[in-house]
Design a protein around this ligand. Structure first.
Ligand code: FAD
Length: 429
């Protein structure tokens, strides 16, 4: 049926409204200005995929740094398997391939009524839709003696890759023979749930080669952690876990793992289980959404940003979508993979809303590979859907099985390296 026949068949009025809709939507799309704040994993993915979801819109990405250091594989940097350069990415492809206007600046203010953000360099910028992916901040002062200054000098958290990652590496290398590496693992929810246990594993492996009498002690706020079954099996196989000579000791909350006080100058943590004086203290502080989320009034009482789980639009401020670690993700972990998945859902929802359509039903994914040793990987894979405005895991999800096959963990370590390469490209290239 050609256009004239269609008009005849439907009657002029009906046909005009039917044919008119896409044209109106395209006009709306062309005029829209979508601003993305934060060019980390979530923000970079959103900028790229928005170009596919809404080809005609104007996209501006605001990110202070010109070269973004990802946290992914930063534990490998801390033990010298990789360098910071290996995990650093630029915004060249977003600019040249996806025509994103990348502005290296910081957002310092926000007027939701005027739909404008304020830039540090001066001036305001208007938006039609705003995507915010600002990451996390650390909570200091919860435990007496643990301060921001302590984190930057004596007790690095190294939970944002960069100078603290290198500080932790130098401290590890300077640890006396037979010394103690003490880690404090944070309470839930926090960025990268398997990350502390991967780091403890890689430090133990490093010590086997360079400091064989050293010990790695983990004081934990929790009694269980993600992938704990395959991790503990790996620790048994690789580091003598559960034997008197174990290189790794894990002290859960139930056995007094929670820290009560810190003496940063003496690298000492006082926990319910006793006083732990160490040579290196990697204190991974409790976390909340980044300061920008608070400044913009996007946070709830728990310090995270509540969102409509189908669109990631803020439940507090209209036309602002919050993705990544800063948002309330329910059973979705705070990971780069989650941030990437949420970015894709949010941009499709924005494209649909701009076109006057109801956003569809999202399906989201998280896959986390971790290394329990350089050639020993463990993973978790989950698929999520939204039920009653909560993100829930589908039963098909799974953790690496513990098998007797030496190929199983070896292959997972290979997958981890390949995943990292392709994932970084998905976000930045
Ligand atoms: P980020 O990537 O932190 O990006 C936030 C961005 O916002 C930053 O670039 C920041 O400069 C910018 N920003 C903040 N404030 C402002 C402002 N006022 N104005 C403008 N911009 C601003 N995840 C995985 O999936 N797989 C892994 O293997 C993995 N390994 C990890 C290992 C470690 C040791 C750690 C610590 C984390 C790991 N993660 C991993 C987690 C992953 O790094 C985070 O979940 C991910 O970076 C979250 O993305 P995001 O966009 O929310 O925040």
């Amino acid at each position: 049926m050609n256009r004239r026949e269609l008009l005849k068949a439907l009657g002029a009025a009906g046909a005009l409204s039917l044919l008119g809709q896409p044209a109106i939507a395209a006009t709306r799309n062309k005029r829209a200005h979508i601003v993305i704040v934060g060019g980390g994993i979530g923000g970079a993915t959103a900028a790229k995929y928005l170009r596919f979801a809404a080809p005609a819109v104007k996209i501006t990405l605001i990110e202070p740094v010109k070269r973004f250091v990802t946290c992914l594989r930063s534990n490998d940097v801390a033990v010298g398997h990789m360098t910071l350069d290996d995990i650093t990415f630029t915004y060249d492809a977003l600019r040249s391939k996806y025509k994103v206007n990348v502005l290296h600046d910081r957002v310092i203010g926000f007027d939701p009524d005027k739909k404008a953000i304020q830039l540090d360099a001066g001036g305001n910028m208007g938006y039609d839709k705003l995507i915010v992916s600002p990451g996390i901040d650390f909570i200091f002062g919860d435990v007496e003696g643990y301060t921001r200054e302590a984190a930057e000098t004596t007790m690095p958290h190294a939970w944002k890759a960069g100078p603290q990652t290198l500080l932790l590496k130098r401290q590890l290398e300077a640890m006396p023979q037979g010394g103690t590496f003490l880690m404090v693992a944070p309470p839930n929810p926090f960025r990268c749930p398997p990350g502390p246990y991967e780091r403890a594993s890689l430090v133990a492996e490093w010590c086997q080669k360079h400091n064989p009498r050293a010990k790695v002690v983990i004081l934990d706020h929790k009694d269980a952690f993600t992938k704990d079954v395959p991790f503990k099996k790996a620790w048994e196989r690789l580091y003598g876990f559960n034997t008197p000579d174990s290189m790794i000791e894990w002290i859960p909350a139930a056995r007094g793992g929670k820290p009560k006080r810190v003496d940063a100058a003496n690298r000492t943590v006082i926990a319910e289980a006793g006083t732990f004086k160490a040579d290196v203290v990697n204190y991974i502080a409790p976390q909340r959404a980044a300061p920008l989320a608070f400044r913009m009034g996007l946070t709830n009482r728990d310090g995270w940003c509540p969102v409509n789980r189908r669109t990631f639009e803020s439940e507090i401020v209209r036309d602002v979508h919050v993705i990544g670690d800063a948002c309330v993700g329910d059973s979705m972990p705070k990971s780069g993979y989650s941030a990437n998945s949420q970015a894709k859902v949010a941009v499709q929802a924005i494209a649909d809303l701009l076109d006057g359509k109801t956003p569809g039903e999202p399906s989201m994914i998280n896959v986390c590979y971790s290394l329990a040793g350089q050639d020993y990987g463990v993973s978790i894979a989950d698929i999520f859907k939204v039920v009653d405005n909560r993100i829930v895991k589908l039963p098909a999800s799974g953790v690496s099985p513990v098998t007797d096959s030496p190929a199983q963990p070896l292959l997972e370590a290979v997958y981890q390296r390949n995943w990292h390469r392709t994932f970084a490209n998905d976000c930045f290239a």
